[in-house]
Design a protein around this ligand. Structure first.
Ligand code: PGA
Length: 246
């Protein structure tokens, strides 16, 4: 059975380090029994150090392309590593970054041993050609050795809970998108490496719809809004633990 990934993207929440600590502590308590699930919490940068004493796996929500230097306001992959991060979400649609920028960040993250969680998605539902092109623009040219150390997320922009439409994709949407992802990756890095790259789903994931994404073939989820509730996030992780199909 494959390892599952339950990644919580807290975005710009909560407001205080104290609340962040409590939230992470409650999530750690709920998810620690799910050995088949790698649970990753991605809080805002200022909270990373506060959470390092807890037994949670930490990720960041972004990083810079360089390890240090004159880049006001930026945070480097090396700094994240030093703060105990193991993962970093890159290219989230809310950041509006160019594909070139994302590729450089992926390389910089892998260079210090962080696992990039790379988001790729289309703006409108039912546009497979656009999705195919987005995949190519975002991932083509990343060396096979780098891509094979990454996690990819199918994150349709239209399915994110805070967007206007804000509804999760259907099982069918996700399974056909994941086929595109698998064949792209296998072509890009070869069958053996490509089939081992975890592909997750992100967009309005909650405890009620998670099973449909697992049935569609996702090896886990990038969870936004629902990752702020220990009960709901714990229940998503529990579905991953119990899911038998893979
Ligand atoms: P959501 O966020 O779960 O709140 O839709 C997911 C995402 O932004 O990837």
């Amino acid at each position: 059975m494959k390892q599952m990934f339950c990644v919580g993207n807290w975005k710009m929440n909560p407001s205080t380090a104290r609340d962040a600590f409590r939230l992470a502590e409650a999530i750690a308590e709920k998810t620690k029994v799910y050995t088949r699930v790698t649970t990753v919490l991605c809080p805002p940068f200022p909270f990373l150090a506060h959470l390092s004493s807890l037994s949670v796996t930490l990720g960041a929500q972004d990083c810079h392309t360089e390890q240090k230097g004159a880049f006001t306001g930026e945070v480097s992959p090396a700094m994240l590593k030093d703060q105990g991060c193991r993962y970093v979400v890159l290219g989230h649609s809310e950041r509006g970054e160019t594909d070139q920028m994302v590729k450089e960040k992926v390389r910089a993250a892998v260079r210090v041993g962080l696992v990039p969680i790379i988001c790729v998605g289309e703006e409108k539902p039912g546009t497979p050609d656009v999705l195919q092109e987005r995949l190519r623009l975002r991932l083509e040219g990343i060396p096979a050795q780098t891509l094979s150390k990454s996690i990819i997320v199918y994150e349709p922009v239209w399915a994110i809970s805070t967007t206007k439409e804000g509804r999760g994709a259907s099982e069918k949407d996700v399974s056909s998108a994941l086929l595109l992802f698998h064949s792209f990756l296998e072509e890009e890095v070869g069958q053996r490496l490509g089939s081992a790259i975890p592909i997750l789903y992100g967009g309005s994931v909650n405890e009620k719809n998670i099973l449909s994404f697992l049935r569609a073939g996702a090896q886990g989820a990038l969870v936004g809004g629902a990752s702020l509730s220990p009960k709901e996030f714990g229940s998503i992780a529990s579905s991953m633990q119990l899911y038998e199909h893979i």
